[in-house]
Design a protein around this ligand. Sequence first.
Ligand code: HEM
Length: 525
Amino acid sequence: MSFQLPETLTNLSGVIYGVVGFVAAATLIVKLSQGPNLDAIPAIGSNTWLGSWWAGFRYLTNAQDIIQEGYEKFNSTPFRVAEPHCWTVLVSSRAQVEGLAKAPENELSALEAINNEIQLEYTLGPEIHHNPYHVEVLRSHLTRNLEVLYPEIRDEIVSSFADVLDLRGNGEKSDFTNVCYLVLIREPSEWKCVPAISIIEKVICRTNNRIFVGYPLCRNPDWIDLNIRCTFDVFKSGLLIARLPRFMRQLAARFTNFPQWIKRGAKLLGPVIEERQKHLSEYGTEWDDKPNDLLSWLMEDAEGLESTPKCLTTRILVVNTAANLTTSHAFTHGLFYLAANPQYIQPLREEVEGVIEKYGWSKATMSRMRKVDSFLKECQRVEGMAMVTLSRIALKEFTFSDGTVIPKGAQIGAATRSLHHDKRFYENPEVFDPFRFAQMCDEDGSGSRYQLASTTPESLFFGLGKQACPGRFLVANELKTMLAHVVMTYDVKLEDDAKRPPSWHFDSMIAANPRAKVMFRNRVD
Ligand code: HEM
C-alpha cells in the first residue's frame, strides 16, 4: 500500500522547499557579494567561499561547539566564525571585551548590529532603528522609578501567577492588592502540569505591561496575546529578512504582519493615549493621578510625528519585544533548575521567609536575597540567552589597544558562553552551583560585583559598559520577586521526576525548552 500525503500538505511542503531553497540561494548571493576583508583574522573551518557557506549552515545547529573550538584553539586572541549570511569576529580577552564595551557608537555600532541581526527597520519600521529615543527613556526613567513601582510589579506577579496557574480549590485570598502578606493563606491543591514557557510568558508580559502601559490594559487578554505574538514575529521575520540580499528586503517586508500588529495595538492603546493627551493639553506635564509608566515617559519625550498614537504604540511594541521573550526564558531556565533540583527549594524558602518577615516586600528587600539572586545568575551563566553578546558592526576601521585591526563593515562580538564556562573564572564551570555568586560576593566583600544585574568582562549576559541592557535592573527585580513568590507559595517538580529539560540552541541563540512542562501545587509544608 502506498502512502500519499493529502494535497494540501503536498502543496505546503512544496512551498516550504521553495522558500528554503530561495533563502539558501539568496544567502549564498549575500555571502559572495559583500563583506569586509577579514583574511588577517583566523577562521574556524573552511575559509573558501563555498566552504564557509557550508560552515555557515553548520553554525545554525552547532554554534556552541564551533565557538568553543575557536575559543580554545586561539587562546584569547580574535577568531572568526561563518554564519549563513556573514562572518562574525569573536573576542574574549579582558582588554578586547572592555574595548568593545567602551568603543563609541559611531565606531562600533550596537544599533547597527541589532538591526543587522533582526532587521527592525523592515519589521517595526525605520524610525525605531534611526531614532531609538526609547532606549534613553528606559535608561533615565525606568531604573529611577523602580523603587516606587515595586509594589505594582509585585502585585502583578502575584495576581498573574494565580490567574495563569488557576489552582482551583486552593482557597487563596483573592485580594492580591494587599501585597504585604507574608504567605498567602492556602488550602491544599492537586499537582497541576503546565507548559512552562507559555505560562511564564503571560506572567512576564502582564508584569512588564503594568509598568509599560499601566492597569487595566496590562490585563487585557488581547493586549497580552498581541505582545507575545508580535515579539515572536519580530524575531522570526527579522532573522529571515536578514538572510536575504539587501535589495530584496524592502519587498519581503511587504509580506510581513507588522502593519496589522501595529493597527491592532493602536486600537487598544489609542484610547489610553488620547485620554492622556487631553490631560497633557489641559494641565501640562503634571496633573493629579498622572500615571507613572513607560507610556507617560515616552509621551513627554516624543517629538513631532513620534507623539501620534501609531508611533507611540510602535515604541511600546518594540520595548515589549526587547523585554518579554528575554525575561521569560531567563525565568523558565530558573524554573527548570528548581523543579529538577528540589533540594534547593528549602534554602531559598528560608532566605525569603527570613528577609520578608524582617523587612517586608520592597525593592530594597530584594537586594537582601543573596541566594535568590545567585540562583538566577547561575542559571544565566550556565544557560543564558545568547552564546555571543556585545554584538557590534564596525562603521569604520577600528583598532584595539593591542593593535588588532577590525576592518570597516565587520561584525564583531564577545564569546560570552565560552567565557561563562571558563575554569579560569569559575570553579567547576560545567557544574550548576546555585549559590556560587552569593559565596563570591561574601569572599569579595564588595556586596554588588557578583549580583544579577552587575556586568563584568566575565559576566556578559546583559552586555557591558554604557550600552549594557537598560532593562536589567527591572529584570533583576522581576526575576527575584517571581522566584521568591514561587518558593513561598508553590511546590514545583518535573513530570515523572524527569531530568531538567535541555535548552534549545539555534544559531548562537539559547532558548529554555519550549516543549517542557512543570508541575505546580500549593505549597504543602
Ligand atoms: C533576562 C532578560 C534580558 C536580557 C538577558 C537582556 C540582554 C540584553 C543584551 C545582551 C543587550 C545588548 C547589550 C550590548 O550590546 O552591550 C540588551 C539590549 C537592550 N535591552 Fe535587554 N535584556 C533583557 C531584558 C530587557 C528588558 C526587560 C528590557 C526593557 C525593559 C530590555 C531592553 C533592552 C533595550 C532597549 C536594549 C538596546 C539597548 C541599546 O540599543 O543601547 N531588555 N539586552
